[in-house]
Design a protein around this ligand. Sequence first.
Ligand SMILES: [Zn+2]
Ligand SMILES: [Zn+2]
Length: 315
Amino acid sequence: MNITSSEEIKVTTGDSRKRNLVVYGLTFLLWPAILASCILATSFGIKTEHAALYFNITYVCLALTIFTLERFLPHERKWLKNDGQMPADLAHTLLTKGSIQVLVVVGVTVGIAEAVASKGGGLWPTHWPMVLQAALGLLIAESGMYAAHRIAHEWGPLWRFHAVHHSASRLWFFNTGRFHVVDTVTSVLLSQPLLFLTGAPTEVFIWVTSITGFIGMLTHCNIEMRFGPLNYVFNTPAVHRWHHSRNPAEGNNNYGENLMFYDVLFKTFYCPKRRPPTNIGIDGPMPSNFFGQIVQPFRRDQTTHSINHVRADGE
Ligand SMILES: [Zn+2]
Ligand SMILES: [Zn+2]
């Protein structure tokens, strides 16, 4: 039998075209489907009053899902290669997560949270549907996170700390938590009190924290996905890859943690049609080990990050 007959080639070509079309369609559905699953699990956790347990289980499942998809559908194949930064990434993640826990515990113990919440309690629209309350909570928290992130890029003393995050030479789910602890504490201190001041109820805090966790891990993932108009609303991986560009004119944009609202508003949104750069990182010294990275912001030799914004249509 002639296995390379034109009939068979046609069938094979047709099959692979269909398969490519299915994969192409899937790349549009992946991000919203994954985020929706995480949100569904969180709402189930809140209903059963085991929000923390459900969040942790969902977070681990999300990490495993992303890890698997990164192997089968990588955005950038060279980012799958080990860069020797896993121990440092893990140590930064544990230290920053730990410090956030301490901040929350101290806040609750001292009673600041309750005191401020009771004062501002009358302001919060508790009669709104929870989905709108959560959206409002995200928008309020985002203003602080946007400001903290933008200051970290535009003010030299804070850039020293934020440079640790930008020194990553590849983007994948594992370096989501690669932040200098001072960088994280600054961001939390600038964003969380705003929500306290408005008197938002605990459930809104749970939603804001959970969604920030889910979107945060998805943002760094090395999966080939497409987002269309979602890029203008959420901090998608496509938008965040531009933020990690070595070129300050490109990288000093897209400061949103979850939403792109303030980037669009203040004209720091940047997402041109071409493929984002894969040679990412900083042009300056950064030790390869965790302790060196913790100390680096206090040293004399530093990388600089000139302030220069380009517009989304500035191609
Ligand atoms: Zn940044
Ligand atoms: Zn990042």
